[in-house]
Design a protein around this ligand. Structure first.
Ligand code: DGJ
Length: 746
C-alpha cells in the first residue's frame, strides 16, 4: 500500500454506479447544469442561456449530451471535462490539478465526488433544480492523499464563480504546481477577445480565432498587470457590445495568475483560470491546505450583458461604495514631488471653489522622498518639507469642506531608505547577496515576513491615528522579479499577495469608513479580488482623453463606472504630449469617478468656469451613472464612439458621442440609443458644455431640438431607426440627455 493511506472501504478506482446527481441552477437568464455521474468529479454540462425548467428527463438529456460520443481510437467511455479536468476522466488537454510527491508519485489525480451540498444542505437526490445558490462538493483521491473542497456559486446576477481548497491528507508533503478551474464553451464560440497593454495604455483589446491549442495568458509580474487578460471571452464571430453570445472568465487574483482558452482536437473548448504558482512555492505539509482564488464566469448576449453581470454583482455587495462618489483632486500631475504647504493650500482653495470634495496628497510627503530614488518605505512625515507635520494642510483641506486622502506604497522600498538599511533581509530576493534588478529605483518589501508586515502596518496606523484621513491611494509601482523570501530563497508571491490584502483589511478594520484606491503604476492592479479590499481603481497614469476613451471603455468590461478613477488633466497630456480641449477632456472623464489632476493655478478663468460646469454636471448625474446600466453602442468601424448609461427603470439616460478618429466617409452611421424603452416617448436634449466642438455640423432634428429646448421622440425611433449623426472633428464630443415623458394615456 502506498504511503498515502487508502481507507479499506474506500471506493478508489471504480466509478460508483448510481451515485449520479444532476443540479440545475438558474438566475437572471443564465443556467448552470452540474453533473456528477457515477460518483466521478463534477462537470458543467451546460452554462449559458436558461432553457427554463428542465425536469428530470430534460436534465438527463442535457447531461448526456455534454459528454463525447465515443469515437474509434479513443478511450472506450464517454470523455467528461471536469471543472478540474483530469486524465483519469479521459481529458488529454491541460490538467486542472498538477503536483507531485517528493518521490515523483501522486501527479495524476482521479478525484471522485464524496459529497454534495446545496446551500449548506447535503443532497442525495438525483435531480435538483434551484435558483441562485451555492453548491459545495467534497472531492477526494484517497490513493494520492488529496481532498478538495469545490464551491460553485451562481449569484443572483447570473454571474458564476468557483473556488477550491486543496488539503494534503497524506503523510508526505505535496508540491502543488497548478490548480486551474474551467468552464466549457460551445464549439461554435470561435472567437477570443481578451486584453493586453502596457504602462499608460492599459487594457487594449485583442481578438483572435479560437483554434486547437492553448491561448495562455500567464502573468508573472506579482501584480495584476497592465497587460492582464482582464476578462477572457469566447464568443460568436464578430461578437459586439449588444450582439453575439459570449462566455467569459476572470481570475480574481492580484498576484501571479493565468487565464486560458483551450481547444483540443476533438473540438472541445474550455476557458479557465487560477493562480500561477512558482516552482516550490506551494509546498503542502501533511494536513496543510491551499485556497485558490475565485474564477468568475459571465455569460451574455453581447459584451454589455457580460459586463452587466459583473457590475450587478459588485453593486450588490454590502461594502460597495455609495453613489455620491466625491469629486477628487489628486495633486500628482499638479506638483509631483514639489511639496510646498502654501502652494498646496492654494491648490486646495481653488479646488474647493470648483466643488471638489476630496483632496489627495500624492507621493513625496515622507522620509527622504524628494524624488523617486530614496525614502520609499519610510512612512514618517518628512521634517524637511512638512516641518509642522501634515496637520496644517489637512486642517486647511477639511476646513474647506473636503476630505483628505494620502498616498502610500506599502509593499515597496528604495534601497536608499531607513527601513531597507535597517532590514535588508526584508527585501524580496533570492538571497541577501543577490538583489533583483531595481525598477523605478525600488525593491519589494516582503510583507510575508511578520516583522516587516508589522512595521509597515504600525507606521501606517500611526499616520491614520494621528490625522483625519478618509482615503488612501495605495500604489504599487513595480513588477515582482525574483520575489523570494531572502532567508530561504523560496518564492513568496502567493504569500505577499495575501499579506497585502490582509494589510488593507487591518487598516480598514481599525479605521471604519476608510476608502482605499488600488493604483499600480496607473492601472496595473485592477481585478475583482483587490476590489474586495479596496474601493476604486486608478485606470491609468495616462489621462489623455483620447486614450482614456479606450481604457475606460474596456476597463468597464469588468468594473462599474463608480469604481473607475477618471480625472480631468491639463490641456497638454503629461503622458502623450497631445493637446485637447477641456470640453473633450471633461466629456471623456465624466463617465467614471470624477477627479481633477491639474495645477489649477495655471488654469485660465474661462477654464475654471468650464471645469465648474463639468463638476456640477457630474454631481447632477452621478446617481444615474452609478446605478444605471452601461450601454456601449455597436457602430462598426465608425470612429464616432457612442456609449451611455440608462437608469434601471429606463426613465432617464445620458449618452456620449466621442470622435476618436477620422473616417474615410463624410457621413456617419445613425445614432441609436439602445437600452431605452422602445414603447415610451423621450425628450432628447443635446448637451454642449464649454467650447463648441470644432467641425460640428448639425442635422435637422438637432436644430429643431436646439430651437425647442429638446425634441420629444418615440423610443423606437431612438432605439431602432436612429437619428442622423452630426458631423464633428476628431477628439471632440457631445452629450445627449434623455428623459422619459409621461404616458399621455396614463
Ligand atoms: C504611479 C501612480 O500611478 C501615479 O498616479 C502617482 O501616484 C505616482 N505613482 C507616484 O509615484
Amino acid at each position: 500500500m502506498s504511503a498515502h493511506e487508502i481507507p479499506a472501504d474506500h471506493p478508489v478506482l471504480a466509478p460508483r454506479p448510481g451515485a449520479t446527481h444532476r443540479l440545475h441552477l438558474t438566475a437572471s437568464g443564465v443556467s448552470v447544469v452540474l453533473d456528477v455521474t457515477d460518483g466521478r468529479a463534477p462537470t458543467i454540462a451546460h452554462w449559458g442561456a436558461a432553457p427554463g425548467e428542465l425536469g428530470e428527463a430534460g436534465l438527463d438529456a442535457v447531461c448526456e449530451s455534454a459528454v463525447d460520443v465515443v469515437p474509434q481510437n479513443a478511450v472506450d467511455v464517454p470523455v467528461r471535462i471536469g471543472i478540474i479536468p483530469q486524465q483519469s476522466d479521459g481529458w488529454i488537454g491541460r490538467p486542472g490539478l498538477s503536483g507531485s510527491r517528493p518521490d515523483g508519485s501522486g501527479w495524476n489525480p482521479r478525484l471522485i465526488t464524496e459529497s454534495i451540498a446545496l446551500g449548506g444542505t447535503p443532497i442525495t437526490a438525483a435531480h435538483i433544480e434551484s435558483g441562485a445558490a451555492t453548491v459545495r462538493f467534497v472531492l477526494t483521491d484517497a490513493l494520492l492523499g488529496l481532498a478538495l473542497r469545490l464551491e460553485v456559486e451562481l449569484l443572483p446576477s447570473g454571474l458564476l464563480r468557483m473556488r477550491t481548497t486543496l488539503t494534503n491528507t497524506a503523510k508526505t508533503p505535496y508540491s502543488l504546481a497548478e490548480l486551474t478551474l474551467t468552464v466549457p464553451v460551445p464549439a461554435d464560440a470561435e472567437e477570443l477577445l481578451d486584453f493586453a497593454g502596457r504602462w499608460a495604455k492599459e487594457r487594449t483589446p485583442q481578438r483572435s480565432a479560437f483554434t486547437v491549442g492553448t491561448h495562455l495568458r500567464e502573468n508573472r509580474r506579482g501584480r495584476t498587470g497592465p497587460d492582464s487578460a482582464h476578462v477572457l471571452h469566447a464568443g460568436r464571430p464578430g461578437l459586439g457590445f449588444r450582439h453575439g453570445e459570449a462566455w467569459a472568465v476572470h481570475t480574481a487574483f492580484s498576484g501571479n495568475h493565468r487565464h486560458l482558452a483551450e481547444q483540443i482536437n476533438t473540438g472541445r473548448r474550455i476557458l479557465g483560470g487560477g493562480e500561477l504558482l512558482l516552482p516550490g512555492e506551494l509546498h503542502l505539509a501533511p494536513g496543510a491546505e491551499y485556497a485558490g482564488p475565485w474564477l468568475y464566469a459571465s455569460y451574455g448576449e453581447g459584451l454589455d450583458a457580460v459586463a452587466s453581470r459583473f457590475h450587478r454583482h459588485l453593486r450588490s455587495r454590502p461594502q460597495h461604495v455609495d453613489t455620491r462618489r466625491p469629486v477628487t483632486l489628486n495633486v500628482w500631475e499638479a506638483v509631483y514631488f514639489d511639496h510646498d504647504l502654501d502652494r498646496l493650500k492654494d491648490l486646495a482653495e481653488r479646488a474647493a471653489a470648483l466643488g471638489v470634495e476630496r483632496f489627495v496628497l500624492d507621493d513625496g510627503w515622507f522620509g527622504s522622498r524628494r524624488d523617486d530614488t530614496s525614502g520609499l518605505g519610510d512612512w514618517v512625515v518628512s521634517d524637511d518639507v512638512w516641518p509642522d507635520g501634515l496637520g496644517p494642510l489637512i486642517d486647511h483641506v477639511r476646513g474647506l469642506g473636503m476630505e483628505f486622502g494620502l498616498w502610500f506604497e506599502p509593499e515597496m522600498v528604495n534601497e536608499d531608505s531607513d527601513v531597507a538599511r535597517a532590514h535588508p533581509e526584508w527585501i524580496m530576493a533570492s538571497s541577501p547577496e543577490r538583489m533583483p534588478l531595481e525598477s523605478r529605483h525600488q525593491q519589494v518589501l516582503n510583507l510575508s515576513v511578520p516583522a516587516a508586515f508589522a512595521h509597515v502596518r504600525d507606521q501606517m496606523m500611526a499616520i491614520l491615528d494621528r490625522y483625519e484621513i478618509g482615503y488612501l491611494k495605495w500604489d504599487h509601482n513595480r513588477d515582482l522579479l525574483e520575489a523570494s523570501t531572502s532567508q530561504t530563497g523560496r518564492a513568496a508571491v502567493h504569500e505577499q499577495t495575501l499579506a497585502a490584502y490582509a494589510l488593507m483589511d487591518e487598516l480598514k478594520a481599525a479605521h471604519p469608513g476608510l476608502e482605499i484606491e488600488s493604483c499600480s503604476s496607473g492601472g496595473a492592479r485592477v481585478d475583482l479580488e483587490v476590489l474586495e479590499h479596496t474601493d476604486r481603481v486608478w485606470v491609468s497614469d495616462c489621462i489623455d482623453p483620447l486614450d482614456r476613451q479606450q481604457m475606460n471603455r474596456w476597463t468597464s468590461q469588468l468594473i462599474p463606472l463608480e469604481l473607475m478613477g477618471s480625472h480631468i488633466a491639463s490641456g497638454r497630456s503629461h503622458t502623450t504630449g497631445r493637446l485637447h480641449t477641456l470640453a473633450f477632456r471633461g466629456l471623456s472623464a465624466l463617465f467614471g469617478h470624477l477627479g481633477i489632476e491639474w495645477d489649477l493655478a495655471r488654469a485660465t478663468a474661462a477654464e475654471l468656469e468650464e471645469l465648474r460646469e463639468w463638476i456640477a454636471l457630474y454631481k447632477e448625474r452621478r446617481e444615474l451613472m452609478f446605478t444605471g446600466e452601461l450601454v456601449r453602442v455597436d457602430r462598426g468601424s465608425s470612429p464616432l464612439w457612442m456609449y451611455g448609461v440608462v437608469a434601471p427603470d429606463q426613465a432617464e439616460a445620458l449618452f456620449a458621442l466621442a470622435a476618436v478618429g477620422r473616417s474615410s466617409e463624410s457621413q456617419h452611421e445613425r445614432l441609436r440609443f439602445p437600452g431605452l424603452d422602445p414603447r415610451a416617448r423621450y425628450l432628447l436634449r443635446p448637451l454642449l458644455i464649454g467650447e463648441r466642438p470644432t467641425g460640428l455640423a448639425l442635422p435637422p432634428w438637432w436644430q429643431r431640438a436646439a430651437a425647442e429646448g429638446g425634441l420629444a421622440l418615440p423610443g423606437a425611433v431612438l432605439t431602432t431607426s436612429g437619428l442622423a449623426a452630426p458631423l464633428i472633428d476628431p477628439e471632440q464630443g457631445v452629450l445627449f440627455s434623455l428623459t422619459r415623458l409621461p404616458d399621455p394615456a396614463a
